[in-house]
Design a protein around this ligand. Structure first.
Ligand code: ZN
Length: 450
């Protein structure tokens, strides 16, 4: 399935491209395989993000830009992305009549993606769709967002360069959108520039841009366009070329591709989040636990913070702290463990109320704990009398000892210590009875917690 799809995409079969993007939207588990196979065939396209307020004429501008690139012989992919819409599969296209010249051109691929909650992270889903178009030989990819907001900013960040589209007479709107949008604009377009107020909008824009100096030395140009009449589109394409040269010059000078690093990081974080979430959900012992907690939360029987604590076990096991070995006498035991195996004796102490002498021998991250009874009627003395010397107990280090004891109590596990008690070196310890563990005396410890 994936193989034929990969072949289809590489052979520039538009139906294969469309199917692959649908799989991205649906979060198909085979996607990572598909994208991995396509990866060597990507990295050639220039991706251009276009965002701006609704009604700014972005679609017309994108269409004009696409036509311009077609005239130059480029193959053009257009992704229109609406983060807020729950619909998928061309819902937007129906509302908007694309230019006939583009709709019938087999070197143009137009796709709407309505993405909320479907494909996982927005930036990731967009980047995945871009990869598919890139592998299919589309060398100019225009990513158009429908609205303007933080989601749109994230989407446009997935592009090599971003164009922010404004219209005259939106003075207040400039103020409103500047927080997120101004800093991502590599090129600013004032579309519908035949309208009144264009001078003022441009002045306000210049004032805003002057407040914010970029450390890559690029001064974002402002381009006036009237997309519906194809005015200014070539100037815009010229600005895009200049910015692309600027990026290439920076790379040639050995400067890091900041934007690509930033978006790669974002992509990795999103993928990590999705993977860890899936691992966590797969690993839940009771699959309906999430639903039951949601139910309790809805009935206000639990706070959201308590629900999370119950869902994510903080009392995770960290490592094997040590293995306790009961010995009849240190002299004989050390002849083997210290002199024979050349383990180092780090600590040697007497614990009178346990009736025991303890020697700690580090083994990598873990330790051996040799236990010598002070008297035959001490716990370790009685252990040796009953079973002879040998492995006495296993100790696991945990992150939250009170938490894990609570869970074990709740599960009916027999505990020797109901509550944590102070152990050596400021640690907390508690023992679990062998009758509940299949014969292992289990010590749990939490490091330096008091
Ligand atoms: Zn121990």
């Amino acid at each position: 399935m994936t193989d034929s799809l990969v072949n289809g995409i590489l052979k520039r079969d538009l139906r294969a491209v469309a199917r692959a993007i649908t799989r991205i939207e649906n979060g198909d588990p085979e996607n990572s395989l598909l994208l991995t196979e396509l990866f060597p065939h990507t990295g050639k396209a220039l991706t251009i993000g276009i965002t701006g307020a609704p009604g700014a004429g972005k679609s017309s501008l994108v269409d004009r830009l696409a036509l311009h690139y077609r005239e130059l012989g480029h193959r053009v992919g257009i992704l229109a992305i609406d983060p807020s819409s729950p619909f998928t599969g061309g819902a937007l296209l129906g509302d908007r009549i694309r230019m006939q010249a583009l709709a019938t051109d087999e070197n143009v691929f137009i796709r709407s993606m309505a993405t909320r909650g479907r494909m996982g992270g927005l930036a990731r889903g967009t980047a995945d769709a871009v990869s598919i178009l890139d592998a299919a030989g589309f060398d100019r990819i225009l990513i158009e967002t429908v609205g303007v907001g933080q989601d749109e900013v994230d989407i446009v960040k997935a592009a090599d360069l971003s164009i922010v589209v404004l219209v005259p007479g939106m003075g207040d709107d400039i103020q409103a959108i500047k927080a997120g949008i101004m800093e991502i604009g590599d090129i600013f377009v004032i579309n519908k520039s035949e309208r009144e107020g264009v001078e003022r909008t441009e002045r306000e824009l210049i004032a805003l841009l002057e407040m914010d100096h970029r450390d890559d030395g690029w001064e974002p140009p402002i381009v006036r366009t009237v997309a519906t009449r194809n005015i200014g589109v070539e100037r815009l394409a010229g600005s895009i070329d200049r910015y692309t040269s600027h990026l290439q010059a920076q790379l040639a000078a050995g400067l890091p591709p900041r934007r690509r690093v930033g978006m790669s990081r974002q992509r990795l974080l999103e993928m990590l989040g999705e993977r860890l979430l899936q691992q966590f959900l797969d690993g839940l012992h009771e699959p309906d636990r999430l639903d039951r907690l949601a139910d309790s939360l809805a009935r206000r029987q639990v706070s959201p913070w308590m629900a999370i604590e119950q869902l994510v076990p903080a009392a995770s096991i960290r490592s094997i702290s040590h293995l306790g070995v009961a010995v009849s006498g240190f002299d004989e035991a050390l002849r083997f463990w210290r002199d024979g195996l050349e383990l180092e004796v780090k600590e040697l102490e007497t614990v009178p109320d346990q009736g025991v002498r303890v020697a700690m021998l580090p083994v990598g991250e873990s330790r051996l704990e040799l236990l010598e009874p002070l008297t035959p009627d001490s716990p370790v003395g009685r252990f040796i009398e009953r079973r002879g010397p040998g492995i006495h107990h296993l100790c696991l280090e945990v992150a939250d000892l009170p938490g894990i004891l609570g869970r074990l109590r709740g599960a009916g596990i027999r505990l020797i210590d109901q509550e944590p008690r102070p152990g050596a070196g400021g640690a907390l310890v508690a023992f679990v009875h062998p009758s509940s563990t299949g014969g292992v005396l289990l010590e749990l410890t939490q490091k330096g917690s008091h």
